[in-house]
Write a protein that binds this ligand. Structure first.
Ligand SMILES: [Zn+2]
Ligand SMILES: [Zn+2]
Length: 304
């Protein structure tokens, strides 16, 4: 008999015996008789993942997330699997100390509002604060260090947008999660909008899966360089930008550079260039825009 079967049998006995207690006049007696049922039920949940697979509540949670990545998992399920009330704290540890890309329902919703959560099979509108989603099966070993930094910047007396920018600038070229950005913003729901403004109004090259870097995981943001695009290039609508990059195969049209060739000594990224300059009435349309790497883009503007 497996451990789970044994616990189930005990629980069954307890429930059957509870029938007698129900006839009792004492509320206290009924409550006390139910306590062992609760314990047995909790143990049954914990026993579903054997101890040789996962020993602690945190390990059981991780095992469950890894078994069902890209799937919305509700708080009640996590309660069953972990067997503890404070499973949310263990999930936070998995994120912050162990670098697992787990996103909460609230964060997912805020990303969706800014078009940064392009999930086809997940109805984010139905996600609540106790729902979670594992977005990558790869552990990010640098996460703990970044969360430490996030905690420092979070405490600073700066506007939300400035805190987010500061955090990005400390992590140029690195993959940052929406959960980190939200934390830096002291959990203010405006964080996702502020990130978009930094990209569009302020011209910081912040990319996501939906805005220029389809190779990235959903929920990941990267500031590609410490360099703002010129004012006149900031008004290209996201849909147009996406269309141009897709048409050009995410490649520089002059030298063929792609992000796969990125390296520390030659840190380029892709920008859009107006064929007919903006000042001469060149429009923000796909026909008038070209994908160029930053090196070729600079060359062209130097020679004009
Ligand atoms: Zn180039
Ligand atoms: Zn240009």
């Amino acid at each position: 008999m497996t451990k789970s079967e044994a616990i189930r049998k005990d629980l069954e006995k307890l429930i059957i015996n509870f029938d007698n207690e129900l006839k009792s006049d004492s509320l206290r007696q009924k409550v006390l008789a139910l306590v062992p049922c609760f314990h047995a039920l909790r143990n049954l949940g914990k026993s579903l993942i054997p101890r040789n697979v996962a020993r602690s509540a945190r390990d059981r949670l991780l095992h469950y997330f890894q078994k069902y990545p890209y799937t919305v998992i509700g708080g009640d399920e996590l309660l069953v699997v972990s067997g503890i009330q404070e499973y949310a704290r263990r999930i936070r540890e998995l994120k912050v100390q162990y670098g697992w890309l787990i996103v909460n329902g609230i964060t997912a919703k805020e990303m969706t509002e800014e078009g940064e959560f392009p999930f086809e099979n997940v109805d984010v509108s139905k996600m609540g604060p106790s729902d979670y989603l594992l977005l990558s099966t790869v552990q990010d070993r640098d996460a703990a260090h970044r969360w430490f930094l996030a905690n420092e910047i979070r405490k600073e007396n700066l506007a939300v947008r400035d805190k987010i920018l500061k955090y990005f600038l400390k992590n140029v070229g690195k993959q940052i999660s929406g959960e980190e950005l939200r934390y830096v913003a002291k959990d203010r729901s405006e964080w996702a909008r502020r990130v978009r403004e930094l990209r569009t109004e302020f011209g910081w090259p912040i990319v996501t899966k939906n805005t220029g870097r389809p190779d990235l995981n959903i929920g990941i943001y990267v500031l590609e360089a410490d360099r703002q695009s010129p004012e006149h290039d900031r008004h290209i609508p996201d849909t147009v930008k996406r269309g141009v990059l897709r048409r050009d195969g995410y490649k520089c049209r002059k030298c063929g550079w792609t992000h796969d060739e990125w390296n520390r000594s030659d840190p380029r990224h892709l920008e859009l260039h107006h064929v007919k300059p903006h000042v001469d009435g060149g429009e923000n349309t796909e026909e008038n825009l070209l994908t160029l790497c930053t090196v070729c883009h600079d060359d062209i503007h130097r020679s004009i």
